[in-house]
Ligand binder design. Structure first.
Ligand SMILES: O=P(O)(O)OC[C@H]1O[C@H](O)[C@H](O)[C@@H](O)[C@@H]1O
Length: 284
């Protein structure tokens, strides 16, 4: 099915096939691979999403930046059983099914079903839909509809936010929330006050709250709905130096705040049931 594109939305092949959004409110880019939102800049703002200078744009390879969609598993899965780390969705080719501009807001919708990809044993009749609304705010919805059988999955909108200098970043909103620190042997903790960064940080928070990131330049608010997990990640210079698609100098330029349902917050749907997880991004 080919989708008619209204003014403000056009096809692109750079850096991979996808759709480009150019409206008065913002610019943006979504790639067909992974239904991957790679760029969003509201008018008057610099790019909100980070992309590594060393990111690899090769079909079938994960992309270091933007908003990778992790589904139906997060990391190595709830019990470490995932056949593909972070799931198959982020490297699969999704189908563009809708594109519209209403009241200056551009909306893009992609779908992925079991006939589009090797699901590695995950039920093939489950449908994943990614909707992204590009305006002065960015709204991203991951909507999953179960097929003929009950299904359990994890999910994350693995968002790389561009920051000026990670050592100056503060994240508010998670004070008092429990987390699993996944560096080395996992340990439980409870957040006290703001999150700040001094080297590698990798935590899976149990929380339904919004997170507010501030650096010297601006504030980015990540709101959410139907999400019981927030993952906060920065690899720090040492680990980043070992990652071919990142590098030591890039680690200070981003912070991941991931709207998710992972680990004990995995989602179970009964046959035919639907679940929509929503992340919203606002700069100011
Ligand atoms: O390198 P990737 O597979 O893209 O994963 C990148 C990161 O994703 C999440 O934030 C995990 O919590 C981290 O442990 C992981 O390193």
């Amino acid at each position: 099915m080919s989708v008619d594109l209204p003014t403000g939305i056009s096809r692109t092949t750079h850096p991979m096939p996808g759709v480009l959004i150019e409206t008065e409110a913002c610019t943006g880019l979504v790639l067909d691979q992974g239904a991957h939102v790679l760029r969003w800049a509201p008018s008057g703002q610099s790019e909100v999403l980070f992309t590594s200078d060393c990111a690899v744009f090769t079909p079938g390879k994960a992309i270091r930046g933007g908003i990778p969609v992790c589904w139906p598993w997060f990391d190595s899965g709830k019990e470490g059983q995932a056949p593909i780390r972070h799931g198959f969705a982020r490297t699969a080719d999704w189908r563009l099914v809708d594109a519209s501009v209403t009241d200056g807001v551009a909306t893009i919708a992609y779908e992925l079903t079991g006939s589009d990809v090797d699901t590695h044993g995950f039920p093939t009749d489950v449908v994943a839909r990614l909707e992204a609304e590009f305006g002065a705010e960015l709204v991203v919805r991951l909507i999953v509809t179960a097929g003929a059988e009950a299904v359990e999955f994890e999910e994350a909108l693995h968002t790389y936010l561009a920051v000026d200098d990670i050592s100056k970043v503060r994240i508010e909103g998670l004070d008092g929330d429990d987390y699993l620190d996944t560096i080395g042997e996992p340990t439980q903790g409870t957040q006290v006050g703001e999150i700040t960064f001094d080297g590698e940080l990798d935590r899976v928070y149990s929380t339904g709250a919004q997170a507010v990131l501030t650096d010297d330049q601006r504030t980015i608010t990540v709101g959410k709905h139907n999400s019981a997990t927030t993952v906060v990640w920065n690899p720090g210079e040492e680990l980043a130096a070992t990652m071919r698609d990142l590098g030591a100098d890039q680690a200070r330029l981003f912070c991941c705040i991931e709207t998710a349902n992972a680990k004990e917050h995995a989602v179970t749907l009964q046959p035919g049931q639907r679940h929509a997880m929503v992340a919203t991004y606002r700069v100011g």
